[in-house]
Design a protein around this ligand. Structure first.
Ligand code: ACO
Length: 432
C-alpha cells in the first residue's frame, strides 16, 4: 500500500462499540495500528504470542525488510557498511544514528581503546566459576558484575550513560577473552592499546605472556566484518530483553547482562554453535546431508536445520549472503579449505529445491555461515555466541539509550488471557 493510500484510521467494531484507531506510518512505509486506547474503550486486549504482529516502540536505529532481504543501520545498507566501514565506526553510527566526522571517530576510538582493562578484582569472579561453565554464562555474570564496580556512574544523568556505554563496548572483548582463557587455564592477557579493536580481541584470545602474538590482518579484518554484521537487528529477542529490563529502571550493565542470557538460546544467537555442531556431525558421518534434511522436516524428530529460518526474513538474510562470500574469501586468503563449507552449501542447495523449505520461506540466516569464519579464525565453537554478543553490544546499548530518551516509553508489562481454574475453596491437605 503506498503512503497516500494508507488510511488514517482503522475501524474496529466490537459489540456495540466502534473505534477509529489511529494508523502510524514509518519512514519506510511500514504501517501500524495504534491500539493504545483498545482496552480502555472495549475492555479487550490483543493476543499475539511471540509478538510477531506487535510494534513495541518506534526506533531510528535499524531498518529491516524481511520480504525484500534489506538491512540498514540508520539508512546505510549493510552491504556498504560491510565493504567500507569498520566496527568502531558502526558503533558510533548506531549510538548517534549518523556517521562520525574524522575527529569524532578519532576521539571515540581513543575512548574505546583506553577503557579496555577490567578492574583487577573482577578477575576473581572468573576464577570462582567452574572451568567447564559455558562462556556465555560467564560473560553474563561478568557484565552484570560491572555495575558493582561502577556504582557512582550507574544511571548518572550527568553523562547520559555515555561513560557506561563506552566502558561496556571497551570491556566486552576483555570479558569475552577472559571467559575463554579461564576455561582453558591460561593466564589472562591484558589488552594492547596499539592494536585495533578486532586485532586486540585476537591478541587477548590467542596471545600468551611467553611470546609476542602478532594478529594476522586478514583475520582481524574478517572478525571486524563479522562484528559489523552482528551489530544490530532491531527488536529481536535479546534486544527486546535489554529494552524490557531497562524499562524497569535497571542500569545498563544489568540490562545488557540479561540480553546476553537471551542471546545464548539455540533459537537465537546460540544457533551459530548449533550450526557448526550440525555440520561436524554430518562431516563425521553420523548422518548424510540428505538424511539430516529428512529429519529436519519431521516435526516429531526434534531436529531443525539450524541457521535456517527467521521470524522476520522471508527471503535471504542479507548478512548470510555477505558471509557466504566472505567464507570463500577468508579461506582463499588463508590458503585453506574447510569441508564444512561444502556441507553447508550442499544443505543450502537441498533446502532451496525442497518444497518444505521453499513453501515456508526458510532461507539461511546470519548464523548459517558465520561459524565457518569463526572456525577459520581459530575461535572455539563454544565461544561463537560470545563473539555474537561482542558484535551485538553497540546495538543493545543504542536501543537501551533510545528507550531511555523515548517520551512514550513505559515499563514493559504485557497482559495475558487467563485460562486456568476459576475461584475455588481451599481444602486442608488431609481432606484432599
Ligand atoms: N528447520 C526446519 N523447520 C523449520 C525451521 C528450521 N530451521 N525453522 C522453521 N521451521 C518450520 C516450523 O517447523 C514451522 O513449520 P509449520 O508451519 O509446519 O508448523 C514453520 O517452519 C514456521 O516456523 P516457526 O518456528 O513458527 O517460525 P518462527 O518465526 O517462530 O521461528 C526461528 C523462527 C526460531 C528462527 C526458526 O526458524 C528456527 O528455529 N530456526 C532454527 C534456529 C536458528 O537458526 N535460529 C537463529 C535465528 S537468527 C538469530 O536469532 C540470530
Amino acid at each position: 500500500m503506498n503512503q497516500e493510500a494508507t488510511p488514517k484510521t482503522a475501524k474496529l467494531s466490537f459489540g456495540d462499540k466502534v473505534l477509529d484507531l489511529p494508523v502510524m506510518v514509518g519512514s519506510e512505509g511500514e504501517v501500524a495500528i495504534d491500539i493504545r486506547q483498545l482496552r480502555a474503550k472495549t475492555g479487550a486486549i490483543t493476543y499475539d504470542p511471540g509478538l510477531g504482529n506487535t510494534g513495541s516502540c518506534t526506533s531510528k536505529i535499524t531498518f529491516l525488510d524481511g520480504e525484500q532481504g534489506i538491512l540498514r543501520y540508520s539508512g546505510y545498507s549493510i552491504e556498504d557498511l560491510a565493504k567500507q566501514s569498520s566496527f568502531v565506526e558502526v558503533m558510533w553510527l548506531l549510538l548517534h544514528q549518523q556517521l562520525p566526522s574524522a575527529a569524532q571517530l578519532a576521539q571515540f576510538t581513543q575512548e574505546i581503546t583506553y577503557h579496555t582493562m577490567l578492574h583487577e578484582d573482577l578477575k576473581h569472579l572468573f576464577s570462582s566459576l567452574p572451568k567447564t561453565g559455558h562462556p556465555m554464562a560467564v560473560c553474563a555474570a561478568a557484565v552484570g558484575a560491572l555495575s558493582t564496580f561502577y556504582q557512582k556512574n550507574v544511571g548518572s544523568p550527568a553523562d547520559n550513560n555515555w561513560g557506561d556505554s563506552v566502558r561496556l563496548l571497551a570491556k566486552m572483548p576483555t570479558i569475552a577473552a577472559y571467559s575463554y582463557k579461564h576455561g582453558i587455564g591460561q593466564p589472562f592477557m591484558y589488552p594492547r592499546n596499539d592494536l585495533g579493536y578486532a586485532a586486540n580481541i585476537l591478541h587477548m584470545m590467542f596471545g600468551t605472556p611467553c611470546e609476542r602474538y602478532e594478529p594476522n590482518p586478514v583475520l582481524a579484518r574478517a572478525l571486524d566484518l563479522l562484528l559489523i554484521l552482528h551489530a544490530d537487528h532491531e527488536q529481536n529477542c535479546s534486544t527486546s530483553t535489554v529494552r524490557t529490563v531497562g524499562s524497569s529502571g535497571a542500569n545498563l550493565f544489568a540490562s545488557v547482562s540479561a540480553g546476553i542470557s537471551a542471546l545464548w538460546g539455540p533459537l537465537h544467537g546460540g544457533a551459530n554453535q548449533e550450526v557448526i555442531e550440525m555440520l561436524m556431525s554430518i562431516r563425521d558421518g553420523k548422518r548424510s546431508a540428505v538424511e539430516f534434511m529428512d529429519l529436519a522436516k519431521k516435526k516429531d524428530s526434534g531436529v531443525r536445520l539450524m541457521g535456517f529460518g527467521h521470524r522476520v526474513y522471508k527471503n535471504f538474510d542479507p548478512r548470510a549472503l555477505i558471509l557466504k562470500k566472505a567464507c570463500d574469501d577468508v579461506l582463499g586468503q588463508l590458503g585453506r579449505q574447510d569441508p564444512l563449507l561444502d556441507i553447508a552449501k550442499e544443505l543450502e542447495q537441498i533446502a532451496l529445491h525442497d518444497d518444505y523449505f521453499v513453501s515456508r520461506k526458510l532461507y539461511p540466516n546470519v548464523d548459517f555461515y558465520s561459524g565457518i569464519i569463526y572456525k577459520a579464525l581459530g575461535i572455539p565453537v563454544e565461544m561463537f555466541t560470545v563473539f555474537f554478543a561482542i558484535g551485538r553490544m553497540p546495538g543493545w546499548i543504542a536501543q537501551w539509550l533510545e528507550y531511555k530518551k523515548d517520551p512514550e516509553a513505559k515499563i514493559t508489562r504485557p497482559r495475558q488471557v487467563f485460562v486456568g481454574a476459576n475461584q475455588r475453596a481451599y481444602r486442608a491437605v488431609e481432606t484432599r
